[in-house]
Design a binder for this molecule. Structure first.
Ligand code: ARG
Length: 573
C-alpha cells in the first residue's frame, strides 16, 4: 500500500503539473513532509520556494496556482498557503482513520517495498581474529544489524557478511609469540586476551630485534605456503576468537548469513593484481605495486608490498568481485567507524576502475565513549564488553523489580535481559551515527526519556490495555468497530502511526536507524498523552473498541519498529 507521504506527494505533483503544463518539474522537491508545527497543518510542502527560479514566478503566486489544483478530497481536507509560499496540508479525519485500518490489516504494516527483487550485501561487525572486539566493532554490529532488518522490511533480500580480519602479516608475529610467550592458564581463562598479549610482546620484539622479525616473516611464509603446523595454529586462533565473538553475538541476538574472513579471498588476490596490471591501473614503485588515484584526488594505495604480500585494499577489491560473481548484488554496504573512510574511498575507486558494477556504500559512524570505570578495569577488553552487558542487565533488573515486584524471579531475569541489552543497543541506535556520543547509564535506562526501557514500557502498558479489554469484554472483537478520531489526542496518535512506514523508509535511505528510533519515541509520547487523557475501558461501547483498536495498532508498530532495531518487547515489565 502507498504511504501517506507518497499519496500526498503524488497529489502535489499532479497539482503542479496541472497548474504549470509543459514545465519540467521532475527535479523539483515537491514532496510532502510532516509539518514542523501542528498549528499549520499535518504535512507541508515547500516546493513553491524551490520552484521560483525554474517557473520565474514569486513563490506565493506559484503556491496559489498549485493550491487551486489541490481540491479537498480523499486524504486531503484542505491545502492552505502560509508565509512566502509554504503549502500546508491538513488530512481528513475519516480518510486518515480508514488509512490506519488498512495499515492494521496489512501484514507489512503499510511499509513500502522498494527493495522487492533486489539483493544487498551488508558487510558489518568484521572484528579481527586474536584481538578483542572493541567498541567500534560493537557499534558496527548493532548499527549493521539494524540496517539489515530495516532493509529487509522494505523488501530487500539482505545477506549479512561478517568480513573477519583473519589474514595478514600479524599472523607470523602471533605464531612466534604463541610459541615463545604463551601462558596456558591465561589462554584457558581468556583466550583472546592472551593471544593479544603474546602478539604485543612478539611485536615489540620485532621492533627491537631484526632476527626476531626475520623469524616472524619466516613463520608467515610457512603459513602462506600451507605448512600444516602453522595452518593448525592459525585455525586455532580463529576458532578461539569465534567462540568469544559468538558469545557476544549471542548476547546481542545477532546472526550472520555469511562469515567469510579475508582469508577466503586469498586465492583470488594474484588474479586481481594481474587484472589491475593489465588494465594499467598500477605501477611499480620501490618494489611495491601501487595504484595511483590522482584522478579521484586520493592518495596512492599499495596493492602488493615489496615482499609480495597483499594489502587490505587488495582483499577488499577481490571481495567485491567475488560477491558480484556469486550473489549479483544490487548494492554492497559497509559499516565501520570513521577512521576507515579513506580506505573505502580508495578501494571503491580502484574496484570501479577495474570494472566493478555494484554500487558500493560506506556507512561510517563516530566513536562511542563507554562509561568511565568500565574501560579502566585491568581485565581484558573482551571481558569489558561482557561487563558492560552484565551491568546493563543488573541495572535493568532493579528497574523490573521495582515495576513488577510480584513477577516470578526467572521472568524478571528474562525481562531484565531484554531491557538491559535493549538499553545498550538503543543508546547507540538512537543517536545520529556520525556524531560522537558518550554512553551514560542515566540516559540509556531513563524511564522517562528517549530510551529502550521507556519504549518497552510503553509497549507493555499498551499490551495490558488490550489484555484488559479481552478480559472485561470477552468475545467483543474491537477490529469490527471503525476507528474514530474524536479528540486531538487520538488524532495526534493517528498521525504518528500513519507516519511509521515513511520513517522505516527514511531510516534506510538516509542510512540512519536513529530516524526510526525518533519516530518510535514520538509515537510513544503521543500514545502516552492519549492514554492519560482519554478513557478506554470506561468509554461507551463502540468508542471503547475504536480506542482499543488504536492501542492495538500502536502496540503492533512499536513491536515491529523495535524489532527492526534488534530490541525485544516483553509483554510485561
Ligand atoms: N576488520 C576490519 C577492522 O576491524 C573491518 C573490516 C570492514 N570490512 C571490510 N570489508 N573492509 O578494522
Amino acid at each position: 500500500m502507498q504511504t501517506i507521504r507518497e499519496i500526498l506527494s503524488a497529489r502535489i505533483r499532479g497539482a503542479f503539473a496541472a497548474a504549470f503544463p509543459g514545465a519540467d518539474l521532475a527535479a523539483l522537491p515537491l514532496d510532502a513532509a510532516p509539518a514542523g508545527d501542528e498549528a499549520f497543518g499535518d504535512y507541508q510542502c515547500n516546493g513553491a520556494m524551490a520552484a521560483a527560479k525554474a517557473l520565474r514566478l514569486p513563490p506565493h503566486a506559484i503556491a496559489e496556482k498549485a493550491v487551486a489544483q489541490l481540491p479537498a478530497g480523499g486524504l486531503l481536507a484542505k491545502a492552505e498557503i502560509a508565509g512566502p509560499g509554504f503549502i500546508n496540508l491538513t488530512l481528513a479525519d475519516d480518510a486518515l482513520a480508514r488509512h490506519l485500518e488498512a495499515l492494521q490489516a496489512d501484514a507489512l504494516l503499510g511499509v513500502p517495498q522498494p527493495g522487492a527483487g533486489q539483493t544487498l550485501i551488508l558487510d558489518y561487525s568484521s572484528p579481527n581474529v586474536a584481538k578483542p572486539m572493541h567498541v567500534a566493532h560493537i557499534r558496527s554490529t548493532v548499527i549493521g544489524d539494524a540496517l539489515k532488518h530495516i532493509h529487509r522490511a522494505l523488501g530487500y533480500t539482505v545477506l549479512g557478511d561478517n568480513h573477519l580480519g583473519d589474514w595478514g602479516t600479524q599472523f607470523g608475529i602471533l605464531i612466534l609469540g604463541y610459541r615463545n610467550f604463551l601462558d596456558p592458564a591465561a589462554l584457558e581463562a581468556s583466550p583472546v586476551d592472551e593471544l593479544q598479549r603474546v602478539y604485543v610482546l612478539s611485536h615489540q620484539k620485532c621492533e627491537e630485534d631484526p632476527a626476531w622479525k626475520d623469524q616472524a616473516r619466516a613463520e608467515l611464509v610457512k603459513l602462506q605456503a600451507g605448512d600444516p603446523e602453522n595452518r593448525a595454529l592459525w585455525q586455532k586462533f580463529i576458532d578461539l576468537s569465534m567462540i568469544e565473538f559468538n558469545r557476544i553475538y549471542g548476547r546481542l541476538g545477532v546472526a550472520f548469513e555469511l562469515v567469510r574472513g579475508e582469508s577466503f579471498y586469498n586465492d583470488a588476490l594474484p588474479g586481481v593484481v594481474e587484472k589491475l596490471q593489465s588494465l594499467g591501473l598500477v605501477r611499480e614503485s620501490e618494489g611495491a605495486l601501487v595504484a595511483f588515484l590522482e584522478d579521484e584526488k586520493l592518495p596512492p594505495c599499495i596493492v602488493r608490498k615489496s615482499d609480495g604480500g597483499y594489502n587490505y585494499a587488495t582483499t577488499d577489491v577481490a571481495t567485491v568481485f567475488s560477491r558480484e560473481n556469486e550473489f549479483h548484488p544490487d548494492g554492497i554496504i559497509y559499516v565501520t567507524d570513521e577512521r576507515q573512510q579513506l580506505h573505502f574511498r580508495q578501494f571503491f575507486a580502484l574496484a570501479k576502475k577495474a570494472g566493478a558494477q555494484t554500487p558500493l556504500r560506506h556507512i561510517w559512524f563516530g566513536l562511542m565513549r563507554l562509561p568511565e570505570g568500565l574501560l579502566s578495569t585491568r581485565k581484558g577488553t573482551a571481558i569489558k564488553l561482557d561487563l558492560l552487558l552484565d551491568e546493563a542487565e543488573k541495572r535493568a533488573l532493579e528497574l523490573v523489580r521495582q515495576a513488577s515486584p510480584d513477577m516470578p524471579a526467572d521472568q524478571q531475569q528474562a525481562v531484565a535481559r531484554a531491557v538491559g541489552i535493549g538499553a545498550v543497543k538503543y543508546a547507540d541506535l538512537s543517536q545520529n551515527p556520525q556524531s560522537a556520543v558518550t554512553f551514560t547509564w542515566e540516559k540509556a535506562l531513563a524511564m522517562d526519556g528517549n530510551s529502550a526501557p521507556y519504549l518497552q514500557y510503553a509497549y507493555a502498558r499498551i499490551a495490558s490495555v488490550i489484555d484488559k479489554h479481552r478480559e472485561r469484554f470477552p468475545g467483543v472483537d474491537y477490529r469490527h468497530e471503525p476507528i474514530v478520531l474524536d479528540s486531538l489526542h487520538a488524532r495526534r496518535l493517528a498521525l504518528r502511526l500513519a507516519r511509521y512506514p515513511d520513517a522505516v523508509r527514511d531510516a534506510a535511505e538516509q542510512e540512519k536507524p536513529s530516524l526510526l528510533a525518533d519516530a518510535l519515541y514520538d509515537l510513544s509520547q503521543a500514545y502516552s498523552s492519549f492514554y492519560q487523557n482519554v478513557p478506554f475501558l470506561k468509554a461507551e461501547a463502540g468508542l471503547r473498541e475504536s480506542r482499543v483498536r488504536l492501542c492495538d495498532l500502536a502496540a503492533k508498530i512499536l513491536r515491529h519498529g523495535l524489532g527492526l532495531l534488534g530490541i525485544d518487547t516483553p509483554d510485561r515489565i
